[in-house]
Design a protein around this ligand. Sequence first.
Ligand code: DGL
Length: 260
Amino acid sequence: MPMDTRPIGVFDSGLGGVSTLRSLVHVMPGEDFIYLGDTANAPYGTKKEEEIRDLTFRAVKCLIDRGVKELVVACNTATSAAAGFLRSTLDIPVIGIEPAVKPAAEIVGDGCLLVLATPATIRQEKLKKLVERYGRNTRLLPCPGLMEYAERLELEGPSIDAFLDRLLLPVRELKIDACVLGCTHYPFLKKAIEKALPGVPIFDGNEGTARQARRVLEERGLLSGKGEGGKVEFISTAGGTEKMEYLFRVPEGEGNGRCV
Ligand code: DGL
């Protein structure tokens, strides 16, 4: 069996992609990963498409220079704005995360699906097409300001509760059957979102993206061949990586509300 021990590159505008990285490590425990957060330029989701594309391209160059064998764009915003461009430019496989509309729609059928994402993701054709194809009854809600709660590690508490109450006002009249977290920062805010949408099942694209990343490496004979012991390295364009390391290690549902 061919073996390729080069690392896998994982990219996000900041901390959010660490939620995807957790799934990637779960699905491929024997692979090495380099995680890059462009924290110095976050948030991406309130910027224009062209700027998001340029920032993404500039940032992932650092991963390419480190010799990664696959690039996982663990950012819905960067995937919608730049994945096509990255695929046409890079000679390694590029996997992009996208909102989990398809798996959620398979469960709720004609029920009402609420997609929370950044303004840039909501604007993009890519999401509109996904919704046209799978989500018969879908409401898209842009959430400017929400990713910042994850960046500050303010994962729970009165401030995010009040923020979510205001944010969800336009959809309060709807009977929501499922909610899709269309930004990789939001899984870290899941407890607060569940509190704001009691009883509503919540979906994210992390597990599906991780399985797809593994499938592509497998098909091309690029897996390391190791079953465990992979290493993870963090890089932030803003310097410190403590918050990334904290979110990577904290057990799900624990440590919420902590600030580091
Ligand atoms: N984590 C990113 C996403 O999945 C976006 C956050 C941002 O930079 O606005 O969309």
